[in-house]
Unconditional design. Structure first.
Length: 187
């Protein structure tokens, strides 16, 4: 089987939330530097994976192959609303089968949420790109992973074998940064 690389991408508030209480990403969590970083990463990806409530909504979005995680299909089916998308129910088909159906046998897969979808890949990420907005709080918001806020996103990533790399500043004025959390491989 050809190699697939799995990378995750999320921006979170100081309290580990990716959306407000209404499951919407508020404008307070949107930063130009992070948007540019995210968009460039998705432009390089061979496949995007997300839940039915997540979507990047960018100019290149319609061009991207994607798998939409949903219980609306028994296993795998084409998305009637998007010819470049495959609907996937993990209860009915494996991830490799979904990738094959999407026509992606190798390359980079970008997982962009939501929480249940992020959690499905915690033991498979090669790199998880955790962007943080330390001056934004979303009380009662929607967490990036199940188990937040009882544990921080960093604690959850570490518990799944990922180690933090050097953070990159995306917006110096607002202290927004992205940290690559990488899986340590044995040689």
């Amino acid at each position: 089987m050809a190699a697939r690389r799995i990378d995750g991408y999320v921006i979170v508030s100081a309290d580990g939330m990716l959306a407000d209480a209404n499951r919407k990403m508020p404008d307070t969590l949107k930063f130009e530097g992070d948007q540019k970083f995210f968009n460039a990463a998705l432009d390089r990806a061979d496949l995007i994976v997300h839940g039915r409530h997540s979507h990047e909504g960018q100019p290149n979005s319609p061009k991207r192959k994607r798998i939409v995680v949903t219980s609306a299909t028994p296993a795998l089916s084409p998305d009637p609303a998007n010819p470049r998308a495959t609907l996937w129910n993990p209860a009915g088909a494996g991830f490799e089968e979904a990738c094959e159906r999407a026509g992606v046998r190798s390359g980079t897969i970008a997982v962009i949420g939501g929480p249940a979808v992020f959690a499905m890949f915690l033991d498979r990420y090669d790199t998880f790109w955790l962007s943080q907005a330390p001056h934004v709080r979303l009380p009662g918001g929607h967490p990036c992973f199940p188990g937040v806020p009882e544990r921080s996103p960093q604690q959850i990533l570490a518990a799944h074998g990922l180690k933090p790399g050097e953070p990159q500043i995306l917006d110096a004025a607002r202290d927004v940064s992205v940290t690559p959390w990488r899986r340590q491989t044995s040689v």
